[in-house]
Ligand binder design. Structure first.
Ligand SMILES: [Zn+2]
Length: 394
């Protein structure tokens, strides 16, 4: 289907306050050719062009998951699973996970850590049309310290030369972004604690500068309060997790938040679909404290982007809307949440051809039953998904 005119009760062109009631979107050769009212476009578009009429539905830009790990299986021990997997079988599993995301309306994913460049191979296969899947922005192996968080993915570095060589390697195999494990993480047995720094401020600057030489931005995994500050000062583009941990517990620093805002750094908080269980495990006091910090950052003007960390234990692929509902539970407006998932995500990932539906943009869009501005849960009721103008779900 080269051309199609989609009509629906509502078109959210994006940002989410840009609406057309009884709207229409014309797709031509993989891009958005026109957006307007159904009456206008029905009248002006050639009658030979196929119509896809969607009463009761909303058309919106394809959603984006800014933090996934296609190589991880979301089981209780992803480290062994990914380390022991046969590359062929792992590739097949990754393609299947990518398809689950696409079926859930996620038309772009940023993969922030895999092994052996498998995500790049999957990206090529999807781009060529051989495999169905979302557009992939790939980090390949994250830079980490020796024995550090996710070192089993192959990105351990110690010296400055190691750092340069690993970034050059990732760039050479086709990475779209450089990921650094700036602090410890929960996954890795015997690795540094989550609040502990894995790199010095000087090394973080080297990583950002070296990535820039290859034309790449940096996404930084940072739980530690001090590390978050060092990453922002170094010039990373996104902070992943941003959970403000120290040896003494949670310590929030509003001056660092101000730098995040001033430097235009986006924050991907990484919340899995079953966040309610996670909050229960945290206990009411800590959960309340975490919610308060997210509110504090929101109030300061931090730009959040949507990410699930799909693949880590308990973060299932395709359970995307649950993450959006977490932000709703904190009082975020639905328009804000849709922007986190679309236009703001695109900006943070440096993609200028997706995130909104205006003429000339890539035709990545989703049709859902109902109106997500009144009921976020309708984003689970996917009627159609288009990726680069190709209809993949009916
Ligand atoms: Zn992650």
């Amino acid at each position: 289907m080269n051309e199609v005119l989609i009509t629906a009760d509502l078109v959210i062109a994006g940002p989410a306050n840009q609406l057309t009631v009884d709207g229409a979107v014309l797709i031509e050769s993989g891009v958005v050719a026109a957006v307007g009212t159904a009456a206008e476009l029905e009248a002006s578009v050639d009658t030979q062009v196929p119509r896809l009429r969607c009463p009761g539905a909303t058309v919106l830009p394809g959603m984006m998951d800014c933090h996934v790990h296609l190589a991880f299986d979301a089981g209780s021990d992803p480290v062994s699973a990914v380390t022991n997997a046969d590359p062929g079988e792992l590739s097949t599993a990754m393609a299947k996970r990518a398809q689950q995301l696409l079926a859930a309306g996620v038309t772009t994913v940023r993969d922030l850590g895999d092994r052996d460049g498998l995500t790049v191979a999957l990206r090529s296969s999807i781009d060529s049309g051989a495999t169905l899947g979302p557009r992939i922005v790939a980090a390949t192996a994250p830079l980490t310290s020796h024995g550090g968080h996710c070192g089993f993915l192959g990105g351990e570095v110690t010296t400055d030369d190691d750092i340069r060589a690993q970034i050059a390697h990732n760039a050479a195999i086709g990475a779209d972004v450089i990921k650094v494990m700036a602090s410890g993480g929960a996954l890795t047995p015997n690795g540094p604690r989550m609040w502990e720094a894995q790199f010095t401020p000087r090394q973080l600057r080297l990583i950002v500068d070296e990535a820039a030489l290859h034309g790449l931005g940096v996404a930084a995994h940072a739980h530690g309060t001090e590390t978050i500050g060092h990453c922002v000062a170094a010039g990373v583009r996104t902070i992943e997790h941003c959970s403000w941990r120290t040896a003494e517990g949670i310590v929030y620093d509003p001056t660092i938040t101000q730098q995040i805002v001033d430097n235009n750094v986006s924050v991907c908080r990484c919340v899995s679909g079953d966040w309610q269980l996670f909050l229960e495990q945290m206990g009411p006091e800590r959960a309340k404290a975490m919610a308060a910090l997210i509110q504090e950052m929101r109030g300061a003007g931090v730009q959040f982007i949507a990410g699930t960390d799909a693949g880590v234990p308990g973060a299932r692929f395709g359970d995307y809307v649950g993450m959006l509902e977490f932000f709703s539970s904190l009082g975020f407006e639905h328009t804000e949440i849709l922007d986190m998932a679309t236009v703001n995500a695109a900006r943070a990932l440096g993609l200028d051809d997706v995130g909104v539906l205006v003429p000339g943009m890539r035709a990545d869009l989703v049709v859902v039953d109902g109106n997500p501005l009144t009921e976020l849960g309708v984003l689970r009721q996917i009627r159609h998904v288009f990726t680069a103008g190709r209809l993949v779900t009916r």
